[in-house]
Design a protein around this ligand. Structure first.
Ligand SMILES: [Zn+2]
Length: 158
């Protein structure tokens, strides 16, 4: 429901069965399209589960992700080859540090999950391409990467 001012209240139309079906198919297509990345993410998350870590289902809108956290996740993220980080998303998998996971960080990572659902197996390549593009313009490969900019923008709505 949207308050359009004064006494006028606009009620958005309910989605039709066809719209619901198309949304469900788009969601499934995103999951399948990102599946190779998700499988890599699940492989990386295996030690988290093996060390009695926690697994939770989280969502960004309709897009689901598995959130892994625990001792092994903390260890992995603190020693990440690209530098210590609070969390990372690989396909529909998010691996997060226990002590620093906030709603804002989760929102950021779920933005990357949505990006992976959109770009699928191409995502790592377009992400690196965006970093290369930023560097070619004399900017920072991480901070000026368009995917990171979009994820930081999503954080503001956390
Ligand atoms: Zn990010």
């Amino acid at each position: 429901m949207v308050d359009a001012g004064d006494d006028l209240i606009v009620i958005p139309p309910r989605p039709s069965a066809l719209q619901k079906l198309l949304r469900m198919l788009a969601l499934l297509a995103g999951i399948v399209w990102a599946l190779p990345l998700t499988l890599v993410g699940l492989l990386l998350a295996l030690p988290v589960v093996a060390c009695r870590g926690e697994v939770r289902l989280v969502r960004s809108g309709r897009v689901p992700a598995l959130l892994f956290s625990g001792r092994a996740a903390d260890y992995m993220l603190e020693r990440h080859p690209f530098g210590a980080m609070c969390a990372m998303a690989i396909g529909h998998v998010v691996i997060a540090e226990r002590s620093s996971l906030t709603r804002r960080i989760l929102t950021h990572e779920l933005a990357h999950v949505r990006q992976a659902a959109c770009w699928g197996i191409l995502f790592p390549f377009v992400y690196l391409g965006a970093s290369a593009w930023a560097m070619l313009r004399g900017q920072d490969a991480y901070w000026n990467n368009v995917f990171e900019i979009a994820a930081r923008k999503a954080e503001r709505h956390a």
